[in-house]
Design a protein around this ligand. Structure first.
Ligand SMILES: NC(=O)c1ccc[n+]([C@@H]2O[C@H](COP(=O)([O-])OP(=O)(O)OC[C@H]3O[C@@H](n4cnc5c(N)ncnc54)[C@H](OP(=O)(O)O)[C@@H]3O)[C@@H](O)[C@H]2O)c1
Length: 336
C-alpha cells in the first residue's frame, strides 16, 4: 500500500498512549494519524512527532480512508466498530478479546506465527497480555522439545486494568500511608499493600476465571496445538506496570536448564536475566518501558524425576509487548 492512514481507537487510554509513542519511536510509515476516543475526550490535544493532534469522537464514519486501525478501547467497542472499520477498508489490529477465538481471525504474536497475518479477512487479534508474556519465551523451546504441560501463576500489574486502575493504585497507596479512608471505584478490592485473584468472571463449572481460560485457549490457538495442557492462576499485585509470571513446563523429552538458556539466548523478543550470584532475576521495574520478555530463575523442576520439567520466572511490559508493541509489530508486517 502507499503510505497508510492509521487510526488509533482508544488513543487516550493506557494502551493508546503507548501506541502513539511506538509509532513515533519506530517511525512507522504513515500519511496521517487519526486519534479516536469517546465523546469525553473529543477535542483533547495530544502530541505526535512534535505536532498537536486533536482527539475525535469515535463514530461509524471515523474510518473513511483509514488503512490500518489499531483498536484498544475495550471489547464492546471492538465488537461494534471493528467490523465497521474493516468494511470501510481498514485492516483492524484489535487488542481486546472480542475476536481472539474466532476461527476466521488470526491471533498473532509476530515472534511465533507471523504467517497467520496474511490470512486475515480485515481483522487481526492481538492476544491477551499474560498469554503473550508467557509464550514468547516458551515457543522456541516448544519448537525443539514440545511442551506437553504448562502451569502458570501470574503477578499482574495495575496497568493491565487500564489508566484508571493505575491511578487508583497510586491514590489508594497514598491514602493508606496517610491513614486516610479510601473508597475504591475501579478495582473491587482494597489495592494498596494487597493482592487479589484476577477479577474476571469465574466459570462455576471449572473454578477458573476468564483470564486463566484465555491463557489456555489462546496458547493452543497460537501454537496450533490443541493438546497442550495448561493450568493458570492469575493474580493482580500492587505493581504499577509490567506483569510477572512463574512458569513451569513439562516437555516431551528430558531438558536441562543449560538447554533452555542456549535456546533462549538467541530467541527473538527474549532477554535472559538470571544472575544467580547476585540474586538478580526478572522484575517488573526492569521489564517496564522496554519490549523484551525477561526470563530468569531457569531451573530443573525437582518435583519431576524424569528430567522433562523446567521452572522459570518471566516479566514483561504488558502495555508494550503485551499490547501496543505486539500490535505495532503486526502493523509493520502489513506495510512491508
Ligand atoms: N492495559 C493493558 O495492559 C492491556 C493489554 C492488552 C489488551 N488490553 C485491552 O486494550 C483495551 C484498552 O485497555 P486500556 O488498558 O488502554 O484501557 P483504558 O486505559 O481504560 O483506556 C480505554 C480507552 O478506550 C476509550 N473508550 C472507552 N469508551 C469508549 C467509547 N464508547 N468510544 C470510544 N472510545 C472509548 C477511552 O477513551 P476516553 O478517554 O474518551 O474514555 C480510552 O481511550 C481493552 O480492550 C483491554 O482489554 C489492555
Amino acid at each position: 500500500m502507499s503510505l497508510p492512514v492509521v487510526a488509533v481507537v482508544g488513543a487516550t487510554g493506557a494502551v493508546g498512549v503507548e501506541f502513539m509513542q511506538l509509532l513515533e519511536q519506530r517511525n512507522f510509515p504513515m500519511a496521517e494519524l487519526r486519534l479516536l476516543a469517546s465523546s469525553r475526550s473529543a477535542g483533547k490535544k495530544m502530541t505526535f512527532k512534535g505536532k498537536e493532534l486533536t482527539v475525535q469522537e469515535l463514530t461509524e464514519n471515523s474510518f473513511k480512508g483509514v488503512n490500518i486501525a489499531l483498536f484498544s478501547a475495550g471489547g464492546s467497542i471492538s465488537k461494534k466498530f471493528g467490523p465497521i472499520a474493516a468494511q470501510a477498508g481498514a485492516v483492524v489490529v484489535d487488542n481486546s478479546s472480542a475476536f481472539r477465538m474466532d476461527p476466521a481471525v488470526p491471533l498473532v504474536i509476530p515472534e511465533i506465527n507471523p504467517e497467520a497475518i496474511g490470512q486475515h479477512k480485515g481483522i487481526i487479534a492481538n492476544p491477551n497480555c499474560s498469554t503473550i508474556i508467557a509464550i514468547v519465551p516458551l515457543w522456541p523451546i516448544h519448537k525443539l522439545n514440545p511442551i506437553r504441560r504448562l502451569i502458570a501463576a501470574t503477578y499482574q500489574a495495575a496497568s493491565g486494568a487500564g489508566a484508571a486502575a493505575m491511578e487508583e493504585l497510586r491514590e489508594s497507596t497514598r491514602a493508606h500511608l496517610e491513614g486516610r479512608e479510601f473508597q475504591q471505584k475501579i478495582i473491587p478490592h482494597p489495592y494498596a499493600f494487597n493482592l487479589f485473584s484476577h477479577t474476571s468472571k469465574i466459570d462455576p463449572a471449572t473454578g477458573y476465571n476468564e483470564e486463566e481460560i484465555k491463557m489456555v485457549n489462546e496458547t493452543r490457538k497460537i501454537f496450533g496445538d490443541p493438546t497442550i495442557r495448561i493450568s493458570a492462576t492469575c493474580v493482580r499485585v500492587p505493581v504499577l506496570r509490567a506483569h510477572s509470571e512463574a512458569l513451569n513446563i513439562e516437555c516431551d523429552r528430558p531438558i536441562t536448564p543449560a538447554d533452555v538458556r542456549r535456546i533462549l539466548a538467541t530467541a527473538p523478543g527474549v532477554r535472559i536475566v538470571d544472575d544467580i550470584e547476585k540474586n538478580y532475576f526478572p522484575m517488573p521495574k526492569d521489564a517496564s518501558g522496554q519490549g523484551d520478555i525477561l526470563v530468569g530463575r531457569i531451573r530443573q523442576d525437582l518435583s519431576d524425576p524424569t528430567g522433562k520439567s523446567i521452572a522459570m520466572f518471566v516479566a514483561g511490559d504488558q502495555l508494550l509487548k503485551g499490547a501496543a508493541l505486539n500490535a505495532v509489530q503486526i502493523a509493520e508486517y502489513l506495510v512491508r
